[in-house]
Design a protein around this ligand. Sequence first.
Ligand SMILES: NC(=O)C1=CN([C@@H]2O[C@H](COP(=O)(O)OP(=O)(O)OC[C@H]3O[C@@H](n4cnc5c(N)ncnc54)[C@H](O)[C@@H]3O)[C@@H](O)[C@H]2O)C=CC1
Ligand SMILES: O=C(O)CCC(=O)C(=O)O
Length: 528
Amino acid sequence: MTYHILIADPLSEEGIYPLRQADGLEITIATDLSKEDLLERIKGFDALLVRSQTQVTREVIEAASNLKIIGRAGVGVDNIDLDAATEHGIIVVNAPDGNTNSAAEHTIAMLTALARKIPQAFNSLKNGEWDRKSFIGVELKNKTLGVIGLGRIGAEVAARAKGQRMNVIAYDPFLTEEKAQKMGIGFGTVGDVLKAADFITIHTPLLKETRHLINEEAFAKMKDGVQIINCARGGIIDEDALYGAIVSGKVAGAALDVFEMEPFVDHPLLTLPEVIATPHLGASTVEAQESVAVDVSQDVVNFFKGEAVRNPVNLPSVSKEVMAKIAPFFDLAEKLGIFLSRMTDEAIEEVNIKYAGELANYDVRALTRNTVKGILKRNLGNHVNDVNAKFLAERFDIKVNEHKTTTGKGFLHLITAEIVTAKFTHRVAGTLLNGLGARIVKVDDYVVDVVPEGHLLFIKHKDQPGAIGRVGTLLAQKDINIATMQVGRSTVGGDAIMMLTIDNRVEQTEIEDLTELEDIYEVKAIDL
Ligand SMILES: NC(=O)C1=CN([C@@H]2O[C@H](COP(=O)(O)OP(=O)(O)OC[C@H]3O[C@@H](n4cnc5c(N)ncnc54)[C@H](O)[C@@H]3O)[C@@H](O)[C@H]2O)C=CC1
Ligand SMILES: O=C(O)CCC(=O)C(=O)O
């Protein structure tokens, strides 16, 4: 099998080495595609790798009939329609760590250049002027740097600013006073930061909540003569409001690496002498580009090898240690789901999955997704996968609940999956037995011991002499060999079940014939 990879933005050649080394991957590099060309070209590709330039819109995702993974060589995924990717079962991976240092260094370079008006002075010099009066700067020492967004990059910037002997005050929804104290920085609300800072640097992602976070109202709260740096994303600062604040003298200077619309050739803000700018170069170093390309390429390789990806954006990430504990249960979890989907033809309203024993100590959301995937597969086939299973369940109004208990009822680990319909509840439990592999150990209230593999028949019948014989005879007449059989009953002469493993898949007509036998209530064929 060959998977086709489209690299649509320039990536470091050294960085894509993992892709070039892997078997079964064919790489096409086509950068600077127009929107129309991308819509046309994307059709045959299994993977798309981008930086920040290519806009992976819903339209692109819907035009991509084979696309399975989108790799973003960098942090911000605001150029990718994540909802559309999730709905279409496409995993999005990024490279969150590879450019932190470069982006932080660029921010500090911008801060210093802004304070000392270096670009303006250089331009003047190049224009043949020796002007030592117009470019009087300010020192950073003892000034206050306000950091909005203290994640990976914000924290690096804060640490470096302290090296410049600046006072740092930060706001981040995840920042506590204790953590701020440990970092040796001040802590406050956005309002506190805006009020206290001589320089303000933004390091949040561009989200609905952060769009125009720095607007007219925010500028009004700032000190007169404040200077602003944005090396995060265009759109976090309202550019019209910034223009007004500079012209009015409220803001003394701005250093911008990012803009609301990129790319552009001219921009009103660049007509102002107080503004210095770079064309989105925060991550443009040899080291960062190699690092993000390696990270994202490695995840694409892992994905096509069927291994866990390290930096999923639209799936919760699972640590290596947890993955090692839960990965052996993936197949069983999915099979419990497939089994349950065959137990009813009614609309499923609720799915309850209970993890008992040691499994209860781990993050098992990936197992839950597998069970939900198994349940939905009956009607959705390959349209459902790990990425969209929960989303599709929600779309069909199926509530998914996860429960945990450390008591394993005699099993080291036990997964019990349950579906609830308007009329019935069905339950199936499975485990992994040391040295023996997966087993289904309970179906509804009946204890069984069945290998979840191949073709199974689940038959509900009356506990009467002859019922089992009649099933065996009819299957023999149809030339269907029984490999294993388990029986269980609730009470003598009451309801009972048979679980058969058979060598061939049964047809619907054969199920109907079995159902018509005396004392047989219900027959379900389950292919695992
Ligand atoms: N100019 C460039 O070339 C680059 C730009 N970036 C941008 O920088 C951003 C930050 O990157 P990282 O630090 O790696 O991300 P991160 O995820 O480590 O940090 C983002 C921080 O922003 C905080 N945040 C979210 N909403 C907030 C709000 N309303 N107010 C205050 N804080 C808020 C989060 O809690 C988080 O701590 C990225 O999203 C990306 O857009 C990243 C790399 C290079
Ligand atoms: O791809 C790039 O160079 C931009 C990096 C960036 O903005 C990011 O990683 O969020």
